[in-house]
Design a protein around this ligand. Structure first.
Ligand code: IPD
Ligand code: CA
Ligand code: CA
Length: 285
């Protein structure tokens, strides 16, 4: 039988049901493990951490997905060598897969290691390069953000809608301090200095995926950060789009799985936000 004709459901489990099951199971396990990290490793710098719990969470998710969808491709952070070049190569090699699961098993590992309760599991499914399913789970608040393309974004049955803020001046914005302290951190600091006096305030809470979920939920009106990876952004991008917001590259071009410099917003402030970020980076390229 031609594989193209197979329905998108295996063993009567839908994609979204499997994604939710994986995120919930991994999230619960991570929460139980909070405060009991035994093996802390540094990746590219002392700001780039990985633990045995990141790896265990990814294995748990990978096994569950493989059980239901053995023919789907899988891209998880812990299966890729550290550094931007390896991350870019990994997504370039997998983005054209028919079905690709993109997983960050703990987004916010630094928070997790320090017991700061702002981290999540992020799971996206892309079909021919376009994200169609997204789940972000915050086990500490027991908040499960879900979206399916064309069907809206929800948190526990409540529809997500982006904020109504009309200008940057009225907006609460988030960013991150990138783990790459040579290239990305100085650029983000330039933008931070430029943007801070133009917005109501800035939050830097240490999980890009959860910041994206908060933009979808209208708790933040925007988020930007340089040099992120597909697993930080894929699920959040669909949540925001389905909640009525916008996600682009920092140059304003449309979001793809390969985008690393992200700007996400409620849509209304997007062009003002991109313009100001562009101004902040003039003479930096
Ligand atoms: C990190 C977080 C953090 C962001 C870093 C990411 P990780 O992901 O999203 O907020 O500033 O750039 O690498 O390493 O905790 O999965
Ligand atoms: Ca991450
Ligand atoms: Ca991670």
């Amino acid at each position: 039988m031609n594989e193209e004709k197979l329905p998108p459901v295996v063993g009567s489990k839908s994609f979204i049901a499997v994604a939710i099951n994986c995120a919930a199971k991994a999230g619960e396990w991570i929460k139980i493990k909070l405060g009991s990290v035994e093996n802390l490793e540094l990746k590219c710098s002392s700001a780039d951490l990985v633990t045995e719990i990141d790896k265990g969470s990814e294995q748990l998710i990978k096994k569950l997905i493989r059980t239901h969808f053995p023919n789907h491709a899988f891209l998880g952070e812990e299966g890729v060598e550290p550094g931007a070049a390896a991350s870019s190569k990994a997504i370039a090699e997998t983005k054209d897969a028919e079905y690709l699961w993109i997983v960050d098993p703990i987004d916010g590992t630094t928070n997790f290691v320090h017991g700061f309760p702002f981290f999540c599991v992020s799971i996206a499914l892309a079909y021919k390069g376009e994200v169609i399913v997204a789940v972000i789970y915050d086990p500490m608040k027991d908040e499960l953000f879900v979206a399916e393309r064309g069907k809206g974004a929800y948190v526990h049955g409540k529809r997500l809608v982006v904020s109504q803020d009309a200008t940057l001046e009225q907006s609460l914005i988030a960013t991150g301090f990138p783990a790459d302290q040579i290239y990305a951190l100085p650029l983000n600091m330039k933008s931070l200095q430029h943007i801070a006096p133009k917005v109501r305030n800035i939050r830097v809470s240490g999980s890009a995926a959860l910041h994206m979920a908060y933009v979808a939920a209208g708790r933040l009106s925007g988020f930007w950060e340089m040099n992120l990876n597909s697993w930080d952004l894929a699920a959040g991008s669909l949540l925001i789009q389905e909640a009525g917001g916008m996600v682009t590259d920092i140059d304003g071009s449309h979001y793809t799985l390969e985008v690393r410099n992200i700007v996400a917003s409620n849509g209304t402030i997007h062009s003002q936000f991109v313009d100001e970020l562009q101004k902040s980076l003039q003479n930096s390229k």
